[in-house]
Ligand binder design. Structure first.
Ligand SMILES: *Cc1c(COP(=O)(O)O)cnc(C)c1O
Length: 230
């Protein structure tokens, strides 16, 4: 079933790319495996998936030793500072940096582990009270501050768009994040790269790709719905 779902997602990604005249290679698919058992991740891995997204530190720690070493783990959920130390050397990218204090903690732990950590700044474009993330106006100042941290590399921006019935309703959110990344990129800040735009989930990844997404985070569309009672 995961294989078929992946084929569907892949063909949707290809369609969105051709519709917007982009190359398929510009878009990385992150399989969001939160709450799912390792058997499901192995099935996706057997189909060629190497990028997995998780939103809990504990889950990354549990799954990390059970999966092949070439898996790239993406931390996409809210990160508590006291847990940074457990995953700083296990994640290929942290998508959810939204405060100076969190960035400082990641810097401290990265330095201890002698690693360099690619990060994204999480922006709450739609300004939803229920969500983490920076306001659009606070993003550039934070990028400037973090740019001086030797063990952090800002690679771009991430957003979680609102839950909507029609993905078209989120088009403006993706357009806004793209615009912000261009604005920041034009400042030419040392050590700040804006090559990654992590936007688009199961409900809206095609629209996100049309608006410039370079990383889509798809969970339900690959692994089926999640059961949080388990
Ligand atoms: C759960 C989650 C996703 C995937 O959501 P789906 O709607 O299941 O595709 C993407 N991004 C983040 C940050 C998530 O927490």
């Amino acid at each position: 079933m995961i294989k078929e779902q992946l084929e569907t997602v892949e063909s949707n990604i290809c369609r969105a790319c051709s519709k917007s005249k982009r190359n398929r290679e510009e878009v990385t698919l992150i399989a969001v495996s939160k709450t799912k058992p390792v058997e499901d991740l192995k099935e996706a891995y057997a189909c060629g998936i190497r990028y997995f997204g998780e939103n809990k530190v504990q889950e990354i720690m549990d799954k990390y030793p059970q999966m092949p070493a070439d898996v790239k783990w993406h931390m996409i959920g809210h990160l508590q500072r006291n847990k940074v130390k457990y995953i700083v050397d296990k994640t290929a990218m942290i998508h959810s940096v939204d405060s100076l204090r969190l960035a400082e903690t990641i810097q401290t732990e990265a330095s201890k582990h002698q690693v360099s950590v690619p990060i994204l700044l999480e922006v709450n474009v739609a300004e939803e009270d229920s969500k983490f993330g920076l306001s659009v106006k606070d993003t550039l100042p934070l990028a400037e501050q973090i740019s001086t941290f030797p063990n952090l590399q800002i690679k771009g921006l991430m957003t979680i768009a609102p839950f909507v019935e029609n993905p078209e309703e989120n088009r403006w959110v993706f357009r806004e994040l793209k615009k912000l990344s261009v604005d920041i990129s034009e400042k030419n800040i040392d050590n700040v790269d804006m090559c990654v735009l992590s936007m688009g989930m199961t409900g809206d990844y095609e629209v996100a790709i049309e608006e410039g997404s370079t990383m889509v985070r798809v969970g339900t569309g690959i692994f089926g719905s999640r059961n949080y009672q388990l």
